[in-house]
Ligand binder design. Structure first.
Ligand SMILES: *Cc1c(COP(=O)(O)O)cnc(C)c1O
Length: 403
């Protein structure tokens, strides 16, 4: 039988396995060292200093590079460090940076702060809406930043279409793929130049480290990114890399189960009287449903929804949850609930939040690996708490108007 290329989940499980040439350890050892001895004067080994290179970090980088179908990967200490590294590729005078008006709050803050001090011009764009993004790409641009699905409203950007227009505008395209991971979307295959991850989320998957990565489609950009990561000093520590590599081995099964749980929860939330609307690309009425189906291998396990009754309803909803923690972050084995307006997107100005469509009644759920029956029971109890009070409103003060 002809041997075939192993599939992605096999490659993730096998990444670095049997890499130990000294003892044959099946699991790769963690190389906790800041520095490496030279073989002789003028003869460095493969690594000389851990900021510049570390064997454990290399294993994670090569696994991520492989899964994202890139040429090179650089592993950084956080997702924001990865984003900071990519922004070094913007040359002065090469045109504006275009970024989604509803991007991750930390990205929004970094782009705003750098543009305010003159690092580059910045234009906020609604990339889920072609009538908004097309005119922006009618002239020269330096960098197009994309997040699809977006955070927290799960809006979908047509990555192929934006990338084609961005190429004509001379722009590099970077996609933050944190929300789906390479198990569900590989943006380099859709034409992007760079993929960014907060490995803190699905890649590590156990909420016990922060980390990031940048994967480049071509070697030249990849080398510039690695050079900047070393220069800035934002590369990741060996133990964090070892944990992320361990997490990566189960990415496929985690996502599959989390996604199945999310689908059940969406069904439950959609149409519940206490819920004004549910944002999930898997829903047929979601505006990005068809594009998501054409560029993703699944809709993921992040769901957001708006409660009738705004902030007071959110308050009642979160009091007494048993199997979900009110916490920022996402992508871990445990279900997390976030209130974007006061948590993940608190760094945004009020106007920016309003433009991004993030209201006071919005909640974001990162669905975990618990038994979905427990999650459903918890959610029903929470929605009942909201609904009891909503029903008790004086006549005329409808829940809808109160939001
Ligand atoms: C969390 C997150 C980041 C930032 O990553 P850190 O690891 O927290 O620095 C960037 N983008 C998205 C989409 C994220 O969810």
């Amino acid at each position: 039988m002809k041997s075939h290329e192993p599939k992605a989940s096999t490659r993730a499980v096998r990444a670095g396995v049997e890499d130990d040439r000294h003892y044959g350890a099946v699991v790769p050892p963690v190389h906790m060292t800041s520095t490496f001895s030279f073989e002789a004067l003028g003869r460095p080994r493969a690594h000389d200093y851990s900021r510049s290179g570390n064997p454990t970090r290399d294993l994670l980088a090569s696994a991520l590079c492989d899964l994202e179908h890139g040429a090179t990967a650089t592993v950084t200490s956080t997702g924001m460090a990865a984003i900071t590294t990519v922004l070094q590729l913007v040359e002065p005078g090469s045109g504006p940076v275009l970024a989604p008006a509803d991007c991750y709050g930390g990205t929004w803050r970094l782009l705003e702060a750098l543009s305010r001090r003159g690092a580059f011009e910045l234009e906020w764009v609604d990339f889920h809406d072609p009538s908004d993004w097309r005119p922006h790409l009618g002239r020269r641009a330096a960098l197009v930043w994309l997040e699809s699905p977006s955070n927290p409203l799960l809006r979908i950007t047509d990555i192929r279409a934006v990338t084609a227009a961005a190429k004509r505008a001379g722009a590099l395209v970077a996609v933050d793929n944190t929300f789906l991971s390479p198990a569900l979307q590989t943006p380099l295959d859709l034409g992007a130049d760079i993929v960014v991850h907060s490995t803190t989320k699905y890649i590590n998957g156990h909420s016990d480290i922060v980390g990031g990565a940048v994967i480049a489609a071509d070697r030249e950009n990849g080398e510039r990114l690695a050079w900047w990561a070393n220069c800035l000093g934002v590369t990741a520590g060996a133990f964090d890399c070892w944990l992320a590599l361990r997490g990566l081995r189960t990415l496929d099964v985690r996502i599959a189960r989390q996604q199945a749980n999310a689908a059940r929860i969406v069904e439950m939330l959609d149409g519940h009287v206490a819920v004004r609307c549910v944002h999930y690309p898997g829903l047929a009425q979601h505006p990005g449903h068809d594009v998501a189906a054409s560029q993703q291998h699944g809709c993921g396990a992040i769901v957001s929804f708006e409660l009738c009754g705004g902030r007071p309803a959110v308050q009642r909803f979160v009091e007494g949850l048993r199997f979900m923690s009110l916490a920022e972050s996402l992508g871990g084995v445990e279900t997390l609930l976030a209130h974007p307006a006061t948590m993940t997107h608190a760094a945004m100005s009020d106007e920016a939040r309003a433009r991004a469509g993030i209201g006071e009644g919005l909640l974001r759920l990162s669905v975990g690996l618990e038994d979905v029956r427990d999650l459903a029971e918890d959610l029903i109890a929470a929605l009942d708490r909201v609904q009891v009070r909503t029903a008790a409103r004086p006549a005329g003060a409808s829940a809808r108007a109160a939001g």
